[in-house]
Write a protein that binds this ligand. Sequence first.
Ligand SMILES: [Zn+2]
Length: 300
Amino acid sequence: MLESDLQINKNCYQIDIQQWGVPRVGTCYVVKSEKIFLIDAGTSQTTEKVLKTLEEFKIDPSSINAMIITHEHYDHGAGAAELLKKMPTTIVLASEKTAEILKDPSEFLETSKKHYGEAAGLVSPFPPVKNVEIIEEGDRIDLGEGVTLEVVTLPGHTPGSIGLFESKTKTFFAGDAVCNYNAQYEFYMPPSFPELFDYETYLKSLDKMLSYDLVYLCMGHFGTQEQPKAKQVLKKAAETAKDWKKIIVDIYGKTKSEEKVYNALLEKYGDNEYVKNFPELIRKTVLSQLIRGYVISLKL
Ligand SMILES: [Zn+2]
């Protein structure tokens, strides 16, 4: 078990999926009461790690009642089909937009290939899931003993993004609706992947999360923050997103050069050890995509 695989509180657990083989990049979560729910499924390459950690938490995969996928992206939904082989009775729940992609990921994979370039292999395979039940804003799912999951729509990162609020433990599962955050290096990066990102709705969703009486904030990338840090992270995510917008509008608006924006962002944020530690291909691929997400969303 990794240090980053942990029990958050009485009912909630964090699993480090070791996305791209690296610790502290991607997460899924478990909520356990009379019923057991898995939140997000990782990629098709992280299934073994998820199953191993469930075993270490003494949770039998076949006892998991449902799997909720927070949004359309491969690193949350592509592991679902593989996990279901060990969870034959588990139902899959998602927003309508996410369900469409889970049932038929082909278009999503085409778009990803276009943006990922030589790193396109990172996002596949994404085997489809046949049966997905739709959940909506305001739905309250009862897991027993007072543990509930309230569905909160959080568009912006993607149109189908949802969060889940568990009010007994005051735990908010945010998917990728907050940002890419690394606590060790105090590093923030907007989650502006093309072509599903929408800048203005993203900021509104950050505000929506701030209005919740949460104690634990659980993010897709990466991990859990506890109050008072949790709400500081939400505020800093908004500040960082606005700063990126300023830089991108200013430089891309004048030069139409992604490269110049990339260099300006590296100059401002690249001193952080977290950025320095990233392999060049991933750093360049990820940052370029995040810039393009802004360019598309802001119609620059
Ligand atoms: Zn995402």
